[in-house]
Write a protein that binds this ligand. Sequence first.
Ligand SMILES: Nc1ncnc2c1ncn2[C@@H]1O[C@H](COP(=O)(O)OP(=O)(O)OP(=O)(O)O)[C@@H](O)[C@H]1O
Ligand SMILES: [Mg+2]
Length: 394
Amino acid sequence: MANNYERLGLKYNPFEPAASGIPVSGELWIPERWKLPIQKFLDTLQHTPGPKAFAILGEYGSGKSYLLQWLAREELPKESRRIQPFLFDNPGVQFYDLANQLFRQVGREEFAKSLWEFLSPILPGYQPSFFDKGFRDWLFYVWKHRRESDAIRVLSNKIQEYSIATDEEIRHKLARLLIETYDKPYFEYKDFVAGKRGSLVAEGEEAPYFAAVLRALKLTGNAESIAFLIDEFEEISLQKRLTKRQAHEYLATMKRLLRLTEKEQFWIFVAMTPQAAEVTEKLEPALWQRFISQGEHKFEIPPLNDNEVINLIGNRLKQARINNYIGDELYPFPENLTTILREDIKSSPRRLVKVCSISIARAVIEGDTIKIPFSENFLEGIQQELYPFQKTDE
Ligand SMILES: Nc1ncnc2c1ncn2[C@@H]1O[C@H](COP(=O)(O)OP(=O)(O)OP(=O)(O)O)[C@@H](O)[C@H]1O
Ligand SMILES: [Mg+2]
């Protein structure tokens, strides 16, 4: 098998058969046409107040998730931006669904520990060096000597001092979150349902609480700002029957997020299908227009053009090349690949990746019987097999 890959000038198949998400390794390439509007949005708002929300629209398999991953992996962490990304996949309609997913991503122990390190709280009557052994020791001491209320007071003051929160109850809740990590180093959904017994979120104050958490994450992560990348937002608005209540909550969540981006160093990117955007717009046109800044903060992923097809494939192949490879960029695909593939195949990243993936897999299994570079017949056969019907509805 290894030899069969070598014959193709490859170490492995660089196209994932499921054609979803991103490759595990390597730099992510994206077309300039996708990059520019997003970079412009980031450049413009990086140092200017204003709503920092952006909608990415695209059909099924057009590359929405890929684009979000590119943002998270390549663009946001750049030196010049230092934006710390958090990815969300199909969150619920409620605001605390986001808090829940966020904290689960960060992890309670991780969050509490880094906040503790950052605040460096000293209990009254103790030398700083007493707590050199770290967070766990400090917690142990606090509980053993029943100094919880002292600890909460000290933490709460520090939280104010660093402008993470001013509201008393929010400071108290954050301090509790930290010290109760002692015997509960994980989060539960109910921790974020305001009003529930023992909840970590102050009732009626979800948004300011969330803002405090964002500030804490920013400070502890030494980031300029925080970004939420929310994938499959359509799942929310396209639920077969969005009840009145759900619709209301969905819109309330969008509103709160949007307001947060105006006040905090906080960005949101949502990815959804154009249909989902339409549904959202119908629910509350003014909100949607504000969200996308009257259309300025919106990008609809266009179908790939031939040049982009060649770049996409060339870049994928390059990552998987055997050492010292010399040969054509598209090999084992023929130079005239774009004239062979049907328009509905090559314009869609998912279809294209799938056809490429199967072509290579088959050449590896069948070996010498498959001619290289791939013939027109071979490629047409595969695209026909995978996508038998020519799309006529576009
Ligand atoms: N710019 C690109 N370069 C290389 N591969 C890409 C690019 N864009 C998308 N792909 C690949 O195309 C396939 C489909 O992309 P992706 O899963 O991001 O689509 P999607 O729009 O999120 O689809 P869905 O609507 O099903 O969520 C994936 O295998 C992905 O790796
Ligand atoms: Mg996707």
